[in-house]
Design a protein around this ligand. Sequence first.
Ligand SMILES: Nc1ncnc2c1ncn2[C@@H]1O[C@H](COP(=O)(O)OP(=O)(O)O)[C@@H](O)[C@H]1O
Ligand SMILES: [Mg+2]
Length: 358
Amino acid sequence: MMTSKRPDPPLGRARACTRLPSTGREEFLRLCPACHRTYPAGTINCELDGSRLHRVCVAPRCPQTGLALGGYELVARVAPGVCSEVWEGVRTTDGLPVILKLLRFLTGDMDAVRDLCSRFFREAAAVSAIGHPNIVRLLDHGLDPATGQAYLVFERLTGRTLVEAMRAWRMPRDLAAGLAVARQITAGMEQVHRMGVIHRDLKPSNIFLEDGNEGPRVKILDFGLAKIRNTKHLATLTRDMTYGTPAYLAPEQARGQEPDEAADLYALGVLLFELATGRLPFTGPPMSLIQAHLQKAPPDPCQLRSGLPPELGRLILKCLQKDKSRRYSDMGALGEALDVILVLLAATPPPATTPHPG
Ligand SMILES: Nc1ncnc2c1ncn2[C@@H]1O[C@H](COP(=O)(O)OP(=O)(O)O)[C@@H](O)[C@H]1O
Ligand SMILES: [Mg+2]
């Protein structure tokens, strides 16, 4: 994949960018820049809105350090994802550090590739429309005309993901810090939901904590599974429930139903459970996890950690209700409930919270 043996060329505007030689195996599809509907290669115009279609390359090629993409240059790969590859990069005009998300190429099932491509651009539309201090900022998105590579460009954040932070924190000793993070997530998600977008994949690796003078600032990442309401292409989105992460999957998602705001509330409930107790409500292989979300009552967080405020235990269990109508009505209501607990924690000395034996 990457040319790790060769030393990277020096960074900077003067560096000559490389382009990958053609593999001769490229496959292309066509994408409507207006509605993100995809078409087989050879189609010229969108049949819905008449837009001239753009060419998207779907053949397997290996992005590597130094590759020029649109007005950006790849610097180092951060993460290989299911649907995309995340790279650190720079904007070639001014050296601005950015994060580039590249459509990960799949071969074989062209229908799946076309779904993936539409979802990728839907992510761009969803994120750029949101605009909130707790949501990662999308700077640009496009298709590199030379290679047909689809990409999103984000501000590059400095800090760490919630996964890394939770490893470093001694939970639940840092309960107030954890709840403050959850509070910021509710603020960001309130806006996300207001815009008619469902995240569908809230979990610690999609929460970034940006370093800040007044403590970490939450930035919600990865709207790859976002669903925009009233989309004309709902059918393509409801099929991909399996892209979700079972540890945070709401029962209705596990049943294959179309998730709504309440599914994000459930996922945040799982995350709050983790923040409060240091463990997940359910563990095990994917199928047993799915069964647990569907049928098993979650353990009482207060039984797992002595010293947790009972109000917090009740709040978490309310988020984890199997029946979504029994959860909080929305992120705003959950945010207010968290505020009450944060005030409570500030007013009382930190409890000597310890895990119960076993
Ligand atoms: N804007 C960003 N700034 C810094 N790091 C980022 C940024 N976006 C993503 N990352 C890092 O890349 C990882 C994967 O990004 P994500 O958007 O969740 O993609 P995926 O899960 O689809 O691979 C994140 O967990 C984070 O570590
Ligand atoms: Mg992710």
